[in-house]
Design a protein around this ligand. Structure first.
Ligand code: ACO
Length: 338
């Protein structure tokens, strides 16, 4: 789903601030060697991950989201009262209901904001960015806070070596407002999202919802934890991230040369290399932090975007291409001039 058809003149939209947060506790590959039958060598060679962060037992998804949000608000130079919409992307909400975004609203004091959650797994942050662009572009909101926050350690099966080595906890946020519309000024140039609901089984937490209510047996069999067919997810991830990024580049007329930095979903170094090679993007233009945090689902691209935007690898006026992929299946991309 792209924004090709524009029935009326939309307002330009810009990212004016970003922030991120990761918990203090580090879980290294050698820590995992003591928990499951794995090795630092296997994890490094197959994924590129060295360590991941694990939230404290009493640290919620909204706590992490709040920290990232406060950093983004400060970076944007706005006050919480300026925000009129909060979107939280998460698959590990504080509670079934209310929405995690409502907890965040209270914790940051964004008294003028409406708040809702979206669920698009690793694509969630860019689904949120696209939603924010629609609200602002159509004049329905002036300032939107988009947050992706995950406590994946809560839904990981710590006895399953094929998944537990991959995931971590963290949060990333962005503040969006109407842009100037001037060339070289910050702007969200284009966005793309997509889903394939025929492939829900590839990456799923099967239990705990209405399809498979929580029972003692289901709890015992760990059916409320993440199950993944890694090889198939890998194949679809490469194809859809490439296709989504390419469609966006075609629509905007951007070439690989025009892109200063690609910020991909931080799931697996081999996926990132395969996607960026197919896009003709050289390694020095690819931002990678998965060695530090592992895969934090929707938060991964949000944290990476914040770190990239604050780094000396980009400067004002540069274009960053973000691209993500996750359960659903879902995929998403955005071209953002910073
Ligand atoms: N340590 C040691 N051996 C392992 C481990 C481990 N942690 N995990 C699996 N293995 C073994 C397997 O059992 C298998 O052994 P076998 O051949 O004896 O059966 C062997 O390693 C190879 O397993 P594969 O699954 O084929 O390994 P692969 O190279 O595909 O890597 C991985 C697995 C890392 C999971 C990869 O498939 C992957 O990254 N997939 C994509 C995951 C992803 O991107 N998810 C994104 C979305 S996440 C979200 O939306 C929340």
């Amino acid at each position: 789903m792209n924004d090709l058809t524009q029935p009326f003149k939309r307002l330009p939209v810009a990212v004016i601030g970003t922030g991120s947060y990761v918990p203090e506790r580090r879980l290294t590959n050698s820590d995992l060697e003591k928990m499951v039958n794995t090795s630092n060598e296997w994890i490094l060679a197959r994924t590129g991950i060295e360590e991941r962060r694990i939230a404290a037992a009493d640290e919620t998804t909204s706590d992490m989201a709040t920290s990232a949000a406060k950093a983004a608000i400060e970076n944007a130079g706005i006050t919480p009262e300026d925000i009129d919409l909060i979107i939280v992307a998460t698959i590990t909400p504080d509670t079934y209901t209310p929405a995690t975004s409502c907890y965040v609203q209270a914790k940051i004091g964004a008294v003028n904001a409406a708040a809702f959650d979206i669920s698009a797994a690793c694509s969630g942050f860019l689904f949120g960015i696209k939603t924010a662009v629609q609200y602002i572009g159509c004049g329905q909101a002036k300032t939107v806070l988009v947050i992706a926050s995950e406590k994946l350690s809560h839904i990981v099966n710590w006895e399953d070596r094929s998944t537990c080595v991959l995931f971590g906890d963290g949060s990333g946020a962005a503040v969006l407002q109407v842009g100037t519309g001037l060339d070289e000024d910050p702007a969200v140039l284009a966005t793309d999202i997509g889903s394939d609901g025929k492939l829900t089984d590839l990456l799923i937490v099967p239990g705990g919802g209405t399809a498979m209510p929580t029972t003692e047996v289901n709890i015992h069999e760990k059916l409320y934890t993440l199950a993944m067919r890694g090889n198939e997810v890998f194949r679809h991830a490469v194809q859809h991230m490439r296709d989504s990024a390419l469609s966006l580049m075609e629509r905007t007329g951007l070439t690989a040369d025009d892109i200063a930095l690609v910020v991909p979903h931080q799931a697996n170094l081999r996926i990132i290399n395969a996607v960026t090679q197919r896009l003709g993007i050289p390694p020095e233009k690819v931002f990678i932090n998965l060695q530090k945090y592992g895969n934090t689902s929707g938060a991964a691209v949000a944290i990476a975007f914040d770190e990239a935007r604050r780094s000396d690898r980009v400067k004002k006026g540069d274009i960053i291409l973000l691209v993500a992929f996750g359960a659903g299946l879902t995929w998403s991309s955005a071209a953002i001039r910073i």
